[in-house]
Design a protein around this ligand. Structure first.
Ligand SMILES: *Cc1c(COP(=O)(O)O)cnc(C)c1O
Length: 422
């Protein structure tokens, strides 16, 4: 099946007389005829659902759909994008370990890694997305467990050279984990470039309607945990599962099964069935929406680039953008709907421009069907130090403008009237 077909068909294939639309299994638990059957489920010897903290049929259908879209062997939904990033790292690294991350990542992830996971004893090294192979290699230590980055960084819009980073990671026995939230698998499928694990804040384009928080981890199944030699937790018996060895019992799906069996079991950051249902509906129109978001954003970026009140525009789809060449390789169908730009003037001028917008709403969100706008320095990235702001590619006058799927004439008219007021 082609991508568009999978968006509406994958994950739910009703049999004779079953509901056409995947139902919401709004149930914490499931009923069984024998205690032995449940014992086998607990031992991961039999497939099936027994408690929604671990799995649920509605979640399962959406997980299968997303795994099919990314081309992975398995996926796990989480309560939010943050939980996906957290579990993706904790599944590999613990106290005393080290992880390398691109510095141009979502502000919430910077805090999660640099504050909370650091407190748990995991050390992070931050590298520019443009770091050379040698710079990446120099940062790798004997206790390094993963390299992390974003395909299209929020909000810096830096495009990571996935293939190059994956090659460096693999040469050193490390997996590359990529947050693919902004492109979605419609615009970029990181596994095709050697990425090992993909995470999503499905809260954004995958849901697409600003209805439900959610996250997802997708396992490519391609990383060889045993050959790497860095991951004894994958190859040694797990005492919390009667001595189960993940690489032996689950082969290519070792990473995603371990994430669920250990971390979802213990942390309970599970998605709600209703949210999974809404996500599944959102994904059905993903290709149509991403096409429109990208086409509209291209026009907005070009309009801003020709506006004398704008100091700079960043959009990888723009000719001359620092990441245009990488975008041609990784985002050939479009660069999604987010455009960042700097207003000439001060932080105040940026805020005045936003206040003057009528169609574009000031919201702490991005990647919605409705056009919205945000000021990172005073909102999402408020907790970052000035130094971290610069590293994340943000200045006091940076505006993150998320182009929706409205008619482009209305979007441009709103920008025109707002700019006329400053
Ligand atoms: C929003 C976002 C997250 C966090 O997702 P939540 O659902 O808000 O927890 C992570 N990564 C990126 C790129 C995001 O845009």
């Amino acid at each position: 099946m082609k991508f568009e077909t999978k968006c509406v068909q994958a994950g739910w294939e009703p049999k004779n007389g079953e509901p056409r639309v995947m139902p919401i299994y709004q149930s914490t638990t499931f009923k069984f005829d024998s205690a032995q059957h449940v014992a086998d489920l607990f031992d991961l010897k039999a497939p099936g659902h027994f408690y929604t903290r671990l799995s649920n049929p509605t979640l399962d259908a959406v997980e299968q759909r997303i795994a099919a879209l990314e081309g992975g062997v398995g996926a796990m939904l989480t309560s939010a994008g943050q939980a996906a990033s957290m579990i993706a790292i904790l599944n590999l690294a613990h106290s005393g370990d080290h992880v390398i991350s691109a510095s141009t990542i979502y502000g919430g992830t910077v805090n999660l890694f640099g504050v909370t996971l650091q407190k748990l004893g995991i050390e992070f090294t931050w590298l520019s997305p443009d770091a050379t192979d040698e710079e990446i290699e120099t940062a790798i230590r004997p206790n390094t467990k993963a390299i992390f980055g974003e395909t299209l960084a929020n909000p810096a819009l830096a495009v990571l050279d996935l293939e190059r980073w994956a090659n460096v990671a693999h040469r050193n026995g490390l997996p590359l984990i990529i947050d693919n939230t902004f492109p979605t698998p419609y615009l970029c499928r990181p596994f095709e470039f050697g990425v090992d694990v993909v995470i999503h804040a499905t809260t954004k384009y995958m849901d697409g309607h600003a209805m439900s928080l959610g996250g997802c981890i997708v396992d490519s199944g391609n990383f060889d945990w045993a050959a790497s030699g860095r991951f004894p937790e994958f190859t040694n018996p797990d005492p919390s599962y009667h001595g189960l060895v993940y690489t032996e019992a689950f082969g290519k799906a070792a990473y995603i099964v371990k994430a669920r069996a250990q971390l979802m079991r213990d942390m309970g950051a599970q998605a709600a069935p209703l949210n999974a249902f809404l996500l599944g509906v959102g994904i059905e129109t993903l290709p149509l929406r991403m096409e429109r978001h990208s086409a509209n954003a291209q026009v907005v970026a070009e309009w801003l680039a020709n506006n004398p009140k704008v100091e700079w525009v960043r959009y990888p789809g723009l000719k001359g953008d620092a990441y245009h060449e990488l975008a041609k390789k990784y985002l050939p169908k479009g660069s999604a709907g987010v455009v960042t730009f700097g207003v000439k003037g001060t932080r105040k001028d940026a805020q005045r421009l936003m206040d003057a917008m009528k169609l574009a709403a000031i919201v702490v969100h991005v990647a919605d069907a409705r056009t919205c706008v945000l000021h990172p320095a005073s909102m999402t990235h408020r907790q970052l130090t000035d130094e971290q702001l610069v590293a994340a590619g943000i200045s006091p006058t940076t505006i993150r403008y998320s182009v929706g799927i409205e008619h482009i004439d209305d979007i441009i008219a709103d920008l025109e009237q707002a700019f006329a007021q400053i």
